[in-house]
Ligand binder design. Structure first.
Ligand code: FUB
Length: 453
């Protein structure tokens, strides 16, 4: 797919400070990568890095171009607010302002302040890690004049232990993950820099470390390129300075995007795993988008492997436009699949194509988990559909299974344009249910979204 850079740049500018809505990816209208998630003041804040298509004058046409950082927050993990740019390469005194080198960051709270850690190229070209400080998670952030002394590398993660002791871990030069204690001022090292030893094989790149604590155990996780692309694996230990014991993979490598980068957070009693993929850019893998999944621990504290989904996390109100192409399960791929709405503009999202070939007799279906039907009766069900002349038929909504209770049956008239077809709700549901959308009659329909009113 060819990504039109003019369109992308225009959308990036327009996206600042407007809400972003999504399942996976979480953010639309701008690229985002390397998500670092934290809970501050009862909301989830995600501090990603920001990929852009290579701008004129970039020295790195084919690689990452990352000029600044935004912060996003959400209360329901479905509606995300973009709080705008918090740190810009041109406004940090020590950073080469034309290097587009603002890679994976992290942020944490201590002494009443928010400390944002970010890597970038210094004016002499070497990588350093600096800090910007704010009174609120959404900023404004004030960058320090100089980077942290003695810290050369990328991908900082700032972990604060229960007793308030801060630790910084990062990828140091030479493909080595390291950790050090910080002083109480959060701006200087307070210990030797310790190499993190774990018994993954020595070969393969390791970067993007993330540390968190649960039930007294320290979890040290990181992307590792074992074969073609990066998987995310983890170790556990009893001390933030190690040693750690290797426990296995949280997320397998994927086929399309060379990098992955993650964070783990507990919010309202549920654990979440944030990561990235290149869903909005299939032409190459340096314009990425952040995603989230549920994370589950075993009894012994080990982590269950996570498979990436389109559906992601969160509960969707039935009265929203439900993007069923962000599905949780899908039928036979010869008869139902997902495509971009407009290949020239990936941020326009996806649609589901229902296609009955050879008089296929089984249900053609897609499932979207966790729809909240609320407590009040709903009157109508709507489908935003394109069914060209000769393509009339029916779309049905079912509750919880493909042949579960019939919520609505919507006759579709063939038209040469997109239409909102609707019908009365036949079965009133209350609370959260999984929604199955089927095409019991018809040849070819494109569905962008469905909605209840
Ligand atoms: O985003 C640039 C780099 O790619 C990050 O710093 C790495 O962790 C990888 O995600």
């Amino acid at each position: 797919m060819k990504l039109d850079k003019t369109i992308c740049v225009a959308i990036l500018v327009a996206s600042v400070a407007i809400p972003a809505f999504a399942e996976n990816p979480l953010i639309s209208g701008a690229f985002s990568a390397d998500p670092s998630a934290h809970v501050f003041n009862g909301r989830v804040y995600v501090f990603p890095s920001h990929d852009i298509p290579a701008p004129a004058g970039s020295r790195n046409k084919k690689g990452f171009n990352m000029p600044d950082y935004h912060v996003y927050s959400s209360e329901n993990l479905f509606d995300w607010t973009d709080h705008g740019v918090i740190v810009d390469q041109e406004k940090v005194p020590w950073v080469d302002g034309r290097s587009y080198s603002m890679w994976a960051p992290d942020c944490n709270f201590k002494n009443g302040k928010y400390y944002f850690y970010f890597p970038a190229h210094q004016k002499d070209g070497r990588n350093a890690i600096g800090v910007a400080v704010a009174d609120k998670p959404e900023g404004p952030y004030v960058p320090q004049e100089k980077p942290i002394p003695g810290v050369n590398g990328i991908d900082p993660c700032i972990f604060i232990d229960d007793d308030g002791t801060p630790y910084l871990t990062w990828q140091a030069q030479g493909n080595v993950l390291v950790v050090a204690r910080l002083k109480d001022n959060m701006l200087e090292l307070d210990s030797e820099v310790v190499t993190v030893n774990h018994n993954v094989p020595r070969n393969g790149l390791k970067e993007g470390p993330f540390m968190f604590k649960r039930n007294g155990k320290y979890y040290y996780s990181f992307p590792w390129c074992e074969r073609q692309t990066e998987c995310i694996c983890y170790c556990m230990g009893d001390n933030p300075l190690g040693p750690f014991e290797y426990k296995g993979k949280i997320m397998e490598q994927n086929t399309d995007c060379w990098t992955n980068h993650h964070s783990v957070v507990e919010y309202k009693g549920q654990w979440y795993f944030f990561y990235h993929h290149n869903d909005y850019c299939r032409e190459h893998d340096v314009n990425r988008s952040i995603c989230a999944e549920y994370l589950t621990f075993n009894e012994d504290g080990t982590i269950q492997p996570i498979v990436p989904t389109q559906r992601g996390v969160g509960i969707t109100p039935a009265t929203n436009r439900i993007q069923i192409d962000r599905y949780s399960a899908i039928g036979d791929s010869n008869h139902v699949w997902v495509e971009y709405n407009r290949t020239e503009d990936p941020f326009a999202g996806w649609k589901t194509v229902f296609r009955n070939r050879d008089n296929y007799r089984r249900p053609i279906w897609i499932e979207y988990d966790r729809v909240d039907f609320g407590e009040k009766d709903l009157s109508s069900a709507i489908v935003h559909v394109f069914a060209r002349v000769g393509g009339s038929g029916v779309i049905e909504f079912h509750a919880d299974t493909v042949d579960g209770e019939l919520i609505a049956r919507i006759p579709i008239e063939a038209k040469d344009e997109w239409q909102d077809a609707s019908a009365a709700v036949l079965k009133q549901l209350k609370g959260v249910h999984n929604l199955f959308v089927t095409m019991p009659d018809g040849i070819l329909m494109h569905v962008d979204w469905v909605q209840f009113k």
